[in-house]
Design a protein around this ligand. Structure first.
Ligand code: SF4
Length: 443
């Protein structure tokens, strides 16, 4: 219950060690706090003047940390942008509205590391000059919301929230905003619309939330995982973080692994680990089945074939391979599965979750889904159907306002490429326009 969780933490905010709340024997590798150590050490060091806010931003920038919610925007740049806005009302928001099929790593982080999520959020507030922070949490994440509320109460009891925190002159308030529901609210500008009491639809960008966010004020928004990575980066230094990745990759990465694997679950591995190694970590294919395809970055990422299992899981390498890191969700699919049906199922999700604001997404996703389900019922897609799907995909990718419409048909097209014996990249050349990734907006 709330009282029990709060009682366990209100005392000194110390690390409890193994097992973690989810039953792990060891803390996750991004947790700098050993069992029995006082938590929020990094935040205290900034509030007491032992470390400057600018040093924190510099560490985050130098670490190369990028947004882990899907868009991959450089975190330090985002923090600096908000910090550079004129003094006055500013906000910071942790986007915990994780709701893409196959994506559940933030849920685990919230359960096991609420202290890191909130410490990262509070550091973001101190560094940018925001006095009010929010965690915008998916409404189905009741147990995790419960844990967060207890942690916030513990912070208040420890004097780390309120006015003039630790004599720093800083005011820090935290609240939780429970999402009214809907996948699109995880898109940063739709999230802000919902918090303002409007219909949850993405805004045209620019302006971006860092300049014109909640209530028109500069707003820092990052995902759960991004905020949780900040304390260890500041504590151990940006070089330490860079050294954690495999090969040229940077840091640690949480993945949700699901589909036809022996041990579906959340895994934290060095960024740049290959899909093959991650699948091994998850016990390999269930029942020793042969692998047909993976989706390396959640439902909106393109399918890759078994010949691409050794591609390092990282932003750049996956983009080069014709897919994306996305939300950090690897889905493995065994031989014998109808891949086009699986991709059409993904499209059905996006069709259902389209907010309907722009015509290409609203109409295009419905048309494409109808065309594909009819074709699947008739035994396959003929050349005319294929061309229509490709045309719809191109129009939606280039003209939709937000990431949902831009990527909704990507997985289907990648499967069509595989059916032709080509790779995803050959069938579906990535648009080099960097704005497309930026506009995905899932922090
Ligand atoms: Fe809404 Fe789709 Fe347009 Fe995004 S692309 S704003 S989800 S209609």
């Amino acid at each position: 219950t709330d009282a029990l969780v709060a009682a366990a933490r209100a005392d000194e905010l110390v690390g409890h060690g193994a097992p973690t709340p989810s039953g792990r024997e060891q803390p996750w590798p991004n947790d700098p706090y050993a069992p029995g150590e006082q938590r929020y050490r990094v935040l205290r060091s900034v509030l007491t003047g032992d470390r400057s806010a600018q040093d924190v931003i510099a560490a985050v920038t130098d670490s190369g940390l990028r947004g882990m919610g899907g868009a991959g925007f450089p975190t330090g740049r985002k923090w600096q942008l908000v910090a550079d806005q004129p003094a006055g009302l500013k906000y910071a928001i942790c986007n915990a509205d994780e709701s893409e099929p196959g994506t559940f790593k933030d849920r685990q982080i919230l359960a096991d590391e609420p202290h890191l999520v909130l410490e990262g959020l509070l550091l973001g507030m101190v560094c940018t000059g925001a006095e009010q922070g929010y965690v915008f949490i998916r409404h189905e994440y009741g147990p995790e919301e419960h844990v967060l509320r207890a942690e916030i109460e513990a912070l208040r009891a420890a004097g780390l929230l309120g006015t003039d925190v630790l004599g720093s002159g800083r005011t820090l308030h935290l609240d939780i905003f429970t999402s009214p529901g809907g996948y699109i609210l995880g898109e940063e500008s739709a999230l802000i619309e919902a918090m303002e009491g409007h219909r949850g639809e993405p805004r045209n960008k620019p302006p971006f939330p860092g300049i014109h966010g909640l209530w028109g004020r500069p707003t820092l928004m990052n995902s759960v995982e991004t905020f949780a990575d900040v304390p260890v980066i500041v504590e151990r230094g940006p070089q330490w973080w860079r050294d954690q990745g495999a090969g040229d990759s940077i840091g640690w990465k949480f993945f949700a692994v699901s589909g036809h694997v022996e041990r579906p679950g959340v895994y934290c591995v060095p960024m740049g680990t290959t899909a093959r190694a991650l699948l091994d970590e998850a016990g390999g294919m269930a029942g020793g089945a042969a692998l047909q395809a993976i989706q390396p970055g959640g439902a909106s990422s393109n399918f890759l074939g078994p010949d691409q299992l050794d591609v390092p899981l990282d932003f750049g390498t996956l983009a080069e391979a014709g897919s994306m890191l996305g939300s950090g969700a690897l889905v493995a699919i065994a031989e014998g599965t109808d891949l086009l049906a699986a991709a059409t199922n993904v499209l059905r999700f996006f069709r259902n979750e389209s907010c309907g604001k722009c015509v290409p997404c609203r109409v295009g996703s419905t048309k494409a889904h109808t065309l594909l389900t009819d074709a699947l019922g008739d035994g396959g897609l003929d050349d005319t159907g294929r061309e229509r799907v490709l045309e719809l995909e191109m129009v939606m990718r280039k003209t939709s306002i937000c990431g949902l419409g831009q990527v909704a048909l990507g997985p289907v097209v990648s499967v069509l490429g595989m059916h032709r014996g080509g790779t995803t990249a050959r069938m579906h050349p990535k648009d080099d326009d960097p704005e497309i990734d930026d506009k995905a907006g899932r922090n």
